[in-house]
Unconditional design. Structure first.
Length: 254
């Protein structure tokens, strides 16, 4: 098992796409942090886009945007499994280790750890930027402990989304279909539910992730508390991982 995990780490670290996705995630995080901070209190003539930073909700939205790149991590996990199907290297992998359950478990572990690495890099760049943008203007002071909890929430969410990505890749197997389906789900379906039916959307994976990052909805609707939200997202990750492992053990390789 240790050998399989090391092998997966080697695959991830030597794949150019990993670096591309990491850079993309940092760019997305910096973009969202900057936009939320600069748009807070901005009046375009028809009213304020967001409340000013003197309002607690706006400050929390800036910090919660540190986790905006979770969608990139989801794609990272999907590619981690589907690239073996796409490039027809899965057969060789299973010849080396016929126990498919061990192979996919190694992928879950390695991608989960890399999800943490993604979070750390994003926080190293995004957190100082968020602190600078918020503190450069009159703002509502939130406890330092809350900012630390947001950072922890981002780290856990990224790890779980990487695992979810691997599971989705294992279930769908077609790389393009899996990525497009995941993007549609996150950017359209979940977004619509969270915006229109927040009492339903908060129970979805994105709602759970948002609760871990202590986000606040624009209409004042409340997400779950961070800890229950974390348990909910963990439950999604475990459920998808179990189903993916079960189906992978019973499918043909090609």
């Amino acid at each position: 098992m240790i050998g399989l995990i090391k092998s997966e780490f080697r695959k991830i670290s030597t794949t150019r796409m990993t670096l591309i996705l990491l850079i993309s995630s940092v760019f997305l995080t910096a973009l969202y942090v900057t936009l939320y901070a600069l748009l807070a209190g901005y009046d375009n003539g028809t009213g304020q886009t967001l409340p000013p930073l003197t309002v607690e909700m706006s400050v929390r939205m800036v910090y919660s945007s540190l986790g905006s790149a979770y969608i990139i991590v989801l794609v990272f996990g999907i590619i981690g499994f589907t690239q073996e199907i796409r490039h027809r290297t899965a057969t060789l992998t299973y010849l080396v280790s016929p126990h498919r359950g061990q192979v996919i478990f190694a992928k879950f572990v390695s991608h989960g750890v890399w999800g943490i690495a993604f979070a750390v890099v994003n926080l190293i760049v995004g957190l100082p930027l968020a602190l600078w943008l918020v503190n450069s203007r009159p703002h509502f002071d939130i406890p330092t402990s809350d900012i630390i909890n947001v950072a922890l929430g981002v780290t856990v969410a990224f790890a779980l989304y990487a695992i979810l990505g691997v599971a989705i890749g294992a279930l769908v197997r077609n790389q393009i279909a899996a990525i497009v389906g995941a993007l549609v789900w996150v950017m359209i379906i979940e977004a619509v539910f969270i915006a229109i039916l927040p009492n339903v959307g908060k129970w979805m994976p994105a709602g759970a992730a948002s609760s871990m990052m202590q986000a606040r909805a624009l209409d004042g609707a409340k997400y779950l508390d961070p800890f229950p939200g974390g348990l909910l997202l963990l439950s999604y990750a475990i459920a998808f991982a179990v189903i993916a492992t079960f189906t992978t053990n019973r499918r043909d390789v090609s």
